[in-house]
Design a binder for this molecule. Sequence first.
Ligand code: TRP
Length: 356
Amino acid sequence: MPTDTNDESFEVATRRSVGLENELQAHPERFRMLTGDRPTGPLHIGHLFGTLLNRVRMQDLGVDVFVLIADYQTITDRDAPERMRDDVLGLVADYLAVGLDPQKSTIFAHSQIAELNQLMLPFLSLVNVSELQRNPTVKEEFAAHGAPSMNALMFTYPVHQAADILFCGANVVPVGRDQLPHLELARLIARRFNDRYCREEPYFREPTALLSDAPLILGLDGRKMGKSRNNAISLSMDEDETARLVHAAKTDGERRITFDPIHRPEVSNLLLIASLCTGEAPESVASEIGDDGSEVLKRRLTEALNERLRPIRQRRRDVMKDTALLSALLSRGNERAHTVAAQTLGDVRALMHMRY
Ligand code: TRP
């Protein structure tokens, strides 16, 4: 089943992903990577350890990195809020703060790239309504949204996401498991386009998912970490706010601190976050704290977080002083993405016999 994240397709994706990591190391110049975020608020440590640091690593390896700000995708389940511009520029600031370099990587917003969006028309003709109806991630998002009926953009945004990926010929897309159905759809669209319009000489290459091997971290309340759940440490937060949030974190009644993710998910999650910040194994953080209890754990975690995030936060504060520069850097990325998209749309029209 092309658009399903059952265990079998997950396994296949995992195998492909492992091979890909080796190839990326050996031949970074063969790869164009595309990743993206919805501009719905400040990025947090889940993003940092899950994907942002990896993007910087790829950039520094010499992979051609495209970073997409998926502003149109936010209106699948909310109105475009008045703070959209701030959220978008805030994302640019987050990217620069963690070390993405706009000289090397292309940071752009998909609403600004008309030719990218126009690819959605031919792509829509290549998928069936029933295939879109099966997409488990869209189903979940619809259920979480709680609206009485699904708007047509939410229904079709995976096709738009395929345009995000295929317009620039990205061959590697770092994603979490929830995004795999979308990636399968992008692969399917690439294949069907090639079959229909250029069987002899395939035009689109099929992108491969690069699955993160970073351990999943939870929010400080033990639930999924989310931008709007008040359970996440964001990159833009200050040290006092960090301390307050960690202080309020959920733990359990046992005084002795041990790393036991199955039986003690909340305490183990705090240990894991501390470990990601310092590089020390979570078990050893736990044994150092021993019987000193969760107050000491929280103090250590606060220190670890604030220390790890200090240079990132400093840089973020610096770049936020000049939002005109942030906007100019984004425009430059948009310009570069535009050039690539115009070329692709031109090629696509030619292959479809639509050049008159
Ligand atoms: N759907 C992604 C998310 O919710 C964002 C996104 C949009 C994306 N277009 C993309 C991710 C293309 C990877 C590739 O986070």
